[in-house]
Structure formats: structure tokens, C-alpha cells
Design a protein around this ligand. Structure first.
Ligand code: ITT
Length: 198
């Protein structure tokens, strides 16, 4: 099956390709980025908005991923705001996005968790496949804790501060294969394939 990825995040593209190509999917990457307003309050709503927008523009069966980090001590934030957490003034103040938005998000998260004992968190991903008449979706989660400081160069986003349950390294210190085997995205895609096969 040929499938278009409705994302402009290079980290997601790499991980989704690695997983789905093993199952024989032919992955297409859009030649331009669409501006999709992520107005939903849930991962599912936002994934659906992205999948539908790319499907309508490119006309191919489309897969979108909406994902994020939920931190217990922050009442589930950054959640659906994970990619733009640095800019949420009303939750923890604005953080200058230099040298990158990802780094600003990490700095802000560690600042808000200074001195906090319960550092439990989870990554969540919702993947949606849209083919014109409705869609299919699946969720995946990965539980863990937030480290005191960043470590590792792999992955993207919050990986340098996320220690998966049962590990003593951050997600950014795992190999791509190790991350895909336990990640929220890996689990969501496995669940999606089960649904597709059903
Ligand atoms: P698209 O909407 O184009 O797919 P995006 O990065 O804006 O790209 P989201 O709105 O789903 O995607 O935001 C997801 C954010 O959650 C992402 O930017 C990271 O900050 C964080 N995130 C999601 N999955 C992650 C992972 O596997 N490792 C680290 N951080 C992750």
C-alpha cells in the first residue's frame, strides 16, 4: 500500500518510514508543507485534521501523527502543545526559541520541574489514516520519567530528557531500533497495522 505522510517533522518521517517499510508500505513524503491549524484539543482531533488536509491536497491515502509529552506534575502539559510549549505564556512563561524551538521547550520543561520529586510522564501518539471516506486511528504510549538534565544526541524533541520505564538512559541515548521498539509512535503504528489487517 502506498501511503503519504502528513508531517513536516523530519524526526517523525524517519521513524515512521523505518517502521512501516518493514511491513511493506511504500512511503511518500509531501514535496511541500501545508499549513494546518491544529485547533483540536486532543491528539486524535489534530491527527485527523492533518491527515484530511494532506489527503485533500495530494489525493493519496494519508497517515498523520499527532503526539506529545504529558507530565504529571504539570497536569498533563505540554500535551497537545508539546511542539510550541516554549511559546505558551500563560503556562510557565515564554522561553526564547534560540537556538531552536526544541531546545527552548526542553529548557522550559526543566525549569518548571526544578525541585519537583514526582517526575513521571508519558509520551502519547495518535496515528490516523485517512482515505477519503472516514479514517482509521490508533494510539500508543510510552511511560517514563523526566531526567534532571538532557543527555544523548538521538531522536528529537523531548527525547534527551525522557527516561523510558525500565531504562537508565534517555530516549536520545537509545539506538533508533531500540526507540522504535518501545516508543509511543512505534506502539501506535503496531496497533494501527492490527486495525488495518482486521
Ligand atoms: P507535524 O504536525 O508536521 O507532524 P509537529 O512536530 O508540529 O509536526 P506535533 O504537533 O504532533 O508535530 O507535535 C509533536 C511534538 O511533541 C514534537 O514537536 C515534540 O516536541 C514532541 N514529541 C512527539 N513525539 C516525540 C518523540 O518521539 N520524541 C520526542 N519528542 C516528541
Amino acid at each position: 500500500m502506498r501511503i503519504l505522510l502528513a508531517t513536516s517533522n523530519p524526526g517523525k518521517i524517519k521513524e515512521i518510514k523505518e517502521i512501516l517499510e518493514k511491513y511493506g508500505f511504500q512511503i511518500e513524503v509531501p514535496d511541500r508543507k501545508l499549513k494546518v491549524e491544529e485547533t483540536g484539543r486532543t491528539f486524535l482531533e489534530n491527527a485527523y485534521l492533518k491527515a484530511k488536509a494532506y489527503y485533500e491536497e495530494f489525493g493519496l491515502p494519508t497517515l498523520a501523527d499527532d503526539s506529545g509529552l504529558e507530565v504529571k506534575a504539570l497536569n498533563g502539559y505540554p500535551g497537545v502543545y508539546s511542539s510550541r510549549f516554549y511559546s505558551l505564556k500563560e503556562i510557565g512563561g515564554y522561553e526564547d526559541p534560540t537556538p531552536s524551538e526544541d531546545k527552548a521547550n526542553l529548557r522550559k520543561l526543566l525549569r518548571l520541574l526544578e525541585g519537583v520529586k514526582d517526575r513521571s510522564a508519558r509520551f502519547v501518539a495518535c496515528v490516523v489514516v485517512y482515505k477519503g471516506q472516514g479514517g482509521l486511528f490508533a494510539f500508543g504510549e510510552c511511560k517514563g520519567t523526566i531526567a534532571e538534565e538532557p543527555a544523548g544526541e538521538g531522536g528529537f524533541g523531548y527525547d534527551p530528557v525522557f527516561i523510558p520505564e525500565g531504562y537508565d538512559r534517555t530516549m536520545a541515548q537509545l539506538s533508533p531500533e531500540e526507540k522504535n521498539a518501545i516508543s509511543h509512535r512505534g506502539k501506535a503504528l503496531e496497533n494501527l497495522i492490527r486495525v488495518l489487517r482486521y
